[in-house]
Design a protein around this ligand. Sequence first.
Ligand code: ADP
Ligand code: MG
Length: 754
Amino acid sequence: MTENTEQKTQPDNSLSLQYVRGIGPKRAEALAAEGILTAGDVVKYFPRGYIARDAAASLKDLAVRLRAEAQENFSPNLFKDATFSLQGEATIVGSVSAKHVHRFGGNRKMMVFTIADGSGGRAKAIFWSFVEYYDKQFQQGQLVVISGKPELDKYGFVSFNHPEIEKIEPEDEEDYARGKILPKYRMAQGFKTVGLSARTLRTIIESVIDREIPNMQEALPDYLLKTLELPDIQTATRNLHFPNDFKEIERAQTRMKFEELYFFQMLLALRHRGVKVQEQAPVFNPKSARARWLVDKLAFELTRAQKRVINEIVADLQSGHPMNRLLQGDVGSGKTIVALLSMLVAVDNGFQAILMAPTEILAEQHFKTISVYLEGSELNVTQLVGGQKTKARREALENIANGQSHVIVGTHALFASEITYNNVGLIVIDEQHRFGVAQRAELKNLGSRSLKADGDIKTTPHILVMSATPIPRTLSMTVYGDLDVSIINELPKNRKPIKTKVVFESALMESYEFIRTEIQKGRQAYVVFPLVEKSEKLELKSATEHHEYLQQNVFREYSCGLLHGQMFWYEKEDAMRAFLANEYQILVATTVIEVGIDVPNASVMLIQDAERFGLAQLHQLRGRVGRGAEQSYCLLATKDHFQYHLNKKEDEQAERKAAIIRLKTMEETTDGFKIAEVDMKLRGPGDVLGTRQSGLPDFEFADLVTDAEIVDMARREAFKTVDADPPLRRPEHEATRRKFVQLYGTGQNFFDVA
Ligand code: ADP
Ligand code: MG
């Protein structure tokens, strides 16, 4: 089937659209607006769904499901035993049994179609815009497909607001009735006005597919199709447009997903290889007397996971190739000591080591922790943060430049142009997601400049980036796929899992009481509240008021500290220091405490308005307790009405549902990776990463939420391909190479790395 790869037909051999029957100038224009210029492009306009009698929900079942869900939402035991479905869209097929245009004051109109299917159920499809268009297009008796988010209105009717609605044309009706699968295409707005319906699109594809399919070039190596039992591109294309059954669709989709992911992983594999081959790094002798010395004096034993990760790092450090490694480990898994031990290897080899943190509090804390660990070692630890006193800063800069500083800890201040580093061999970046890719590169450049050049090849420091934000595997393999990844998947033995409970505001006094009993045992507590104010001034006011209220009305006998984002860094530091010294029993705080703060004696955290926080944030916050040997607790306070209130507005309802799932998830697990999976299902991969500039590619077929297995497979195969034939010069990779270049270009000289 794949012998066509040999054929040298170019894609532009494809028939121009104007020669295709059924396409006049107007339609050609509408198609061109969607990037469809040739008949070949038409064939690559793949369906985005399928309609089949067996697969559509019956209206009756749908109503039953929605009622059950509504019931659940009203249940006062919501947080105890409800199970939540994240089911969103539904597709139904039925005929228009009635239609009605409602007119309101002004010029407002609303179109309501009543849809009936054989099940005895009914639904409404409601449109507020394009009313004339819908009125003209859809007559009584017309068989239609509706896809959208169903809701139950207050009369118990299933209704869809602005769903996708499409006719099943008379010609298709018979097919549909016979159980044939009808593909659904994305119908651009411009299609409607030129009379391009799903049916006409199908007819057009049908008329050109036999001519166009032989032009399609297979880009996947033949041996992969065979071993993975994937259909070739021509078969897959045909099956996607004209499937005989869902199995065919699934196999074709798997192939398309695999192809996308395979090429993307190949990009990562080549980048990964590029760094290793085009740059060199200092070779470290792994035997470090000071690392040994520190391990021996630790009050605890390193966990197995910590030891494994240290070995992975040390192997990089002695390879001569720059380390480019991501260290993932849940909050409290003990990444700091791993970083420090690695830095000691660098120092014992005569190099400086840098540790960069995203906030001053965190940098300060690292500085202190490391200084204490290194007491008696005669090593110099230097701190660089913003707002330092002139004298301290001058001294720091001198020590860095003349090489007296061994370990340098700082924030963004590490980028300042007047710093001259002296032989930086290792850079560690903590909470790396707080930094941009550009900042990472900048620090690496600063480090490179401090290294003595050695021949023609660029010499760069080793880089270790750390993250306490677990992200799902599919995401780390995609976004950080060019890094090597080490995971600390084990917490130190003395930890007890934090007990978490959702509490309601009417019972808040009990929560305060609980905090009191903990404090009486000698523990400390955090009370966290969300920032809801838009202006800094109001933010300050709300933080201050909250603090005052708790100090004067609730915890009069204790001392409450305050920590918020509008404080100067040294004020924050003072507050933290006082809390650490137990001068405050309670720290009232906004989310500034989210990152990295370590106060082992704090055993309770009360999070107010917990429904407002995202999952990743809740997990990070909760990680501030449970850091000592004591049992720790996390109370998630939320409004009572939140428990019962069923909002009628659809998006509010969805948000509310998501909030409940977040709170429930927090109650159920402390495993950051599990939490991250749920988070990704709720928010999608892009938002989980936080930034749109995260380098997440737009896949047409692949879905990082559901396609973990295919991602794995594609990564394995792509790395294998690149390992075996880095320039992709073997005959069996010729078409693969061509496609890769077409997708990602040659500008980066990927193939010069052989
Ligand atoms: P994170 O991975 O969140 O940065 P830290 O490095 O701050 O975690 O470590 C959290 C706490 O656990 C620190 O107080 C640290 O001293 C302690 N710790 C680290 N490793 C171990 C271990 N193997 N056994 C016991 N405690 C440890
Ligand atoms: Mg940390």
